[in-house]
Unconditional design. Structure first.
Length: 192
């Protein structure tokens, strides 16, 4: 029997990040349990498109590299299946939702005052966007569901996962770990 206030076994959150700054694209994913403990980490080496590729692909180059080259290879290599994939960049929401075999959201902070109770969910003007009081003290988090027919049940299921995980971890903190890990990998490669 699981102790009260102990994290559930076997449930995971997946975090996906693709950075396209400085002319090179790098991606990583981190799958954690509901305590934030890593269960799987995958990354790509930097991809720097050539001048000819930039000309030939035009405006489609960014989406091609992010979605087909990076996300597809990372998701294919993942050894764990999370209950939910989380990204923080709107450019990843669509490609991630097409490739993932589970729910996908874009997650960000808000500057709002806390909602009345943990688990409170407010639909925003866009029917895909919801504010969620994930814990008892922080500002609500905002999540965006992918394009398509959005159902209230889907939003509530996402909210339930986030509230459960938020009782054990900071839901956005894994992104800073991914960013630091990619920086460390870059430094190792440079010999620093």
């Amino acid at each position: 029997m699981r102790e009260r206030n102990s994290p559930p076994g076997g449930k995971h959150l997946g975090y996906a990040l693709v950075d396209g700054s400085e002319g090179a694209f790098r991606g990583a994913l981190l799958i954690t349990d509901f305590r934030g403990i890593p269960a799987d980490f995958r990354y790509t080496d930097p991809i720097t498109p050539s001048r000819i590729e930039k000309i030939l692909y035009g405006n489609a180059l960014d989406a091609y590299i992010r979605g087909e080259l990076i996300l597809e290879s990372l998701l294919g290599a993942a050894e764990k299946s999370p209950a939910l994939w989380i990204c923080r960049d709107n450019d990843l929401l669509g490609p991630l939702s097409r490739l993932a075999k589970c729910g996908v959201i874009l997650l960000s902070t808000t500057a709002r005052s806390p909602l009345e109770a943990t688990g409170d969910l407010e639909k925003q003007n866009d029917p895909r966007i919801f504010d969620l009081q994930a814990d008892g003290v922080s500002a609500p988090l905002r999540f965006t569901l992918p394009e398509g027919k959005v159902r209230e049940e889907e939003a509530r299921a996402v909210a339930d996962i986030l509230v459960e995980a938020a009782s054990f971890m900071d839901l956005l903190e894994p992104f800073s770990r991914i960013t630091r890990a990619l920086a460390a990998l870059g430094e190792e490669k440079d010999g620093s």
